[in-house]
Design a binder for this molecule. Structure first.
Ligand SMILES: [Zn+2]
Length: 364
């Protein structure tokens, strides 16, 4: 086998991958959106033609208009207001990820967005848990092993973070691995939800924080130093703390040094960042520089429906942009698995018995 040729799309699909940052309401199949709208009586879709709707999501997310981008989530959340709908979306997400070669995934969502028709927060989590279990079972039946966990997000602009943190702890033995805050970053610094993070810490719970996507270093600094985030959702703006001199030498600021020294994982989402304007293109995305400087970089999809992406397409885009080889891709994957909110022995098991043998086969 020619080991110098770039990984093919099919090889990238087969390679074991680990996904830490994927929104449940950002990963529906277009057909499912149409069918759920019909079965739940949601009449707000721009079109009920499956192909047209898929294109509409991609165009809306690409339009550069925040209003249009947010409208996409109004539709996905609009059709996810029943237990059956939530379970189906969760099961399909796990199946789709397994088909794409993902061996461990953390799916995140904000339970408070799915209570419009009267579901309790606990009922939302229970429905998703059932769906995830079903998805794992179906994937296994097709010979594709995947372990999936949930992260519960609180919306920064609402005032329910403590409630969601308590919900996370309540469900931690049945598939909920951690907590997060999502939603608009500007004007809603992480410290607004300090009580929730303190609750998580006092209960030995895990959490990540969306920080350093739309907003810069102050948000990252608060997330780590005040709130105690174990990982950074995006964190791409840590690149603002790198100074590049005329001769190409890179100097790390104190915050960037801290993040690198303490191995804080960056949940980087290249395609999503390009769509929301956090990076001009994949080739110009700070991913390349951050990886070169040996930050603990991980590759993530964020919203597979809106960005029309998958883990293997994100890997392919990074290979095209930065020329990564199998050793690099294995490193990103092990970085992600080391950073998962899963028990240490299980993380080791996936690294030693799934990831390393998988890449050894591809590198042989
Ligand atoms: Zn996100």
């Amino acid at each position: 086998m020619d080991t110098t040729s770039a990984p093919s799309r099919e090889q990238l699909r087969q390679a074991p991958k680990v996904l830490l940052h994927d929104h449940l309401d950002g990963g529906l199949r277009p057909r499912t959106v149409v069918e759920l709208a019909d079965s739940t009586g949601y009449d707000g879709l721009p079109t009920t033609d499956v192909d047209e709707l898929g294109q509409w999501f991609a165009d809306a997310a690409d339009s550069g208009s925040l209003e249009k981008y947010l409208e996409t989530f109004a539709h996905t959340c609009g059709v996810m207001q029943t237990e059956d709908a939530l379970a189906r979306v969760a099961a399909e997400a796990v199946e789709d990820l397994a088909d794409d070669g993902v061996v461990y995934a953390e799916l995140r969502y904000a339970p408070e967005l799915f209570v419009e028709r009267g579901l309790s927060l606990d009922a939302v989590v229970k429905a998703v848990t059932d769906g995830v279990t079903e998805g794992e079972r179906k994937a296994r039946a097709k010979g594709r092993g995947i372990r999936a966990r949930q992260l519960l997000c609180a919306m920064r602009q609402h005032a329910r973070a403590s409630e969601i943190a308590e919900l996370t702890v309540r469900h931690r033995d049945t598939g909920v691995a951690g907590f997060d805050i999502a939603g608009p970053e500007a004007g809603y610094p992480p410290t607004r939800n300090l009580d929730a993070f303190e609750y998580m810490r006092s209960n030995n719970g895990h959490f990540t924080i969306h920080a350093g996507e739309a907003f810069g270093l102050a948000s990252i600094w608060e997330a780590i130093q005040h709130c105690g985030a174990e990982r950074l959702g995006h964190g791409v703006r840590i690149a603002d703390d790198l100074k590049i001199s005329a001769d190409g030498e890179v100097q790390l600021g104190r915050l960037a040094s801290f993040v690198r020294d303490t191995r804080i994982p960056l949940e980087l989402c290249p395609s999503s960042n390009v769509q929301t304007g956090a990076a001009p293109s994949i080739a110009e995305h700070p991913f390349g520089l951050l990886a070169k400087l040996r930050f603990r970089v991980t590759v993530n999809t964020d919203n597979r429906l809106m960005s029309g992406c998958s883990m293997s397409s994100e890997f392919a885009a990074l290979v095209d942009a930065f020329g990564y080889d199998w050793a690099d891709l294995q490193w990103f994957t092990i970085n992600a698995m080391k950073s998962a909110f899963l028990d240490f022995d299980q993380r080791l098991d996936v690294i030693n018995n799934v990831i390393k043998p998988g890449y050894a086969g591809l590198m042989a």
